[in-house]
Design a protein around this ligand. Structure first.
Ligand SMILES: Cc1cc2nc3c(=O)[nH]c(=O)nc-3n(C[C@H](O)[C@H](O)[C@H](O)COP(=O)(O)O)c2cc1C
Length: 238
């Protein structure tokens, strides 16, 4: 059992945070969570959870949000800079900022820690522990790209919220699961619902050249009954 810190910011995509936290808990791990002030507004809007202006009410909302899994979650207000994740002496398996706004990304890239999420990320960098940021913005400005490069060079993993379509997702949940599966893979956390690419299926090979054809996204072909996913994939969709 490992404790992870999930920082939730004011970027859109709180479904990713929801799915990530559930994935960590379902794998038997503990989770510390903090939401920034802007993140609290987006959480109310996207997840229907009211964490209070500074995330101070999130602790009281955990059971309604996560059910029995909430027992292994500690929630901290955004200004709780005295909380354990603020110190390098508090061990963690990794800090994940998901979704990560361009504002938080910039502040972490220059070591400007104005709240607990930024401080936890700063601690991960200084202790050379795992830091994963899941940015969500479009398009990226040069400044955004520079900040991402800076973080990558500092050892962080920049894992954008940009789901792939090669597993032929049929729901938003599958798209979200694709990104979250990559975060969990990066952390080395097992997740049984992973979709693993096995190459294109045989029925998509060009008979004349042997070249593989792209899958037909509009095909009504039934999903692989064993995997529950598109042909060529193993495991049910993440
Ligand atoms: C509904 C909503 C969606 C937003 N989506 C994004 C986004 O996807 N990416 C982003 O960088 N900022 C987004 N913002 C703006 C950030 O919330 C804003 O820049 C904020 O200052 C970020 O603060 P934080 O980094 O402390 O969370 C959004 C704001 C709102 C209200």
């Amino acid at each position: 059992m490992v404790r992870y810190f999930v920082g939730i910011t004011g970027a859109s995509g709180h479904a990713y945070a929801d799915r990530l936290i559930r994935g960590l808990l379902e794998a038997g791990h503990d989770v510390d969570v903090s939401v920034t002030e802007a993140g609290a507004k987006v959480m109310r809007h996207e997840l229907g959870i009211d964490p209070g202006a500074r995330g101070e009410k999130l602790s009281g909302e955990l059971t309604r949000w996560l059910g029995p899994l909430a027992a292994r979650v500690r929630a901290f207000a955004s200004d709780a800079v005295e909380a354990p994740p603020s110190s390098g002496t508090s061990l963690t398996g990794g800090v994940i900022v998901c979704p990560c706004s361009m504002g938080t990304l910039a502040r972490v890239a220059v070591g400007f820690s104005s709240n607990l999420v930024e401080r936890a990320a700063d601690v991960a960098l200084k202790e050379r522990r795992t830091l994963i940021v899941v940015p969500r913005e479009a398009p990226y400005s040069e400044l955004h790209l520079e900040n991402m490069l800076r973080l990558a060079r500092l050892g962080a993993t920049v894992l954008p919220a940009s789901p792939g379509f090669y597993h032929r997702p049929r729901s938003v949940d599958e798209l979200v699961g694709h990104v979250v599966g990559k975060v969990l893979d990066r952390l080395g956390v097992e997740h049984a619902r992973a979709v693993r690419w096995q190459g294109l299926p045989d029925d998509q090979q060009d008979a004349g050249t042997g070249r593989r054809l792209p899958p037909d996204p509009l095909s009504d072909a039934p999903r692989d009954p064993q995997s529950g996913g598109a042909p060529g994939m193993t495991g049910a969709p993440a």
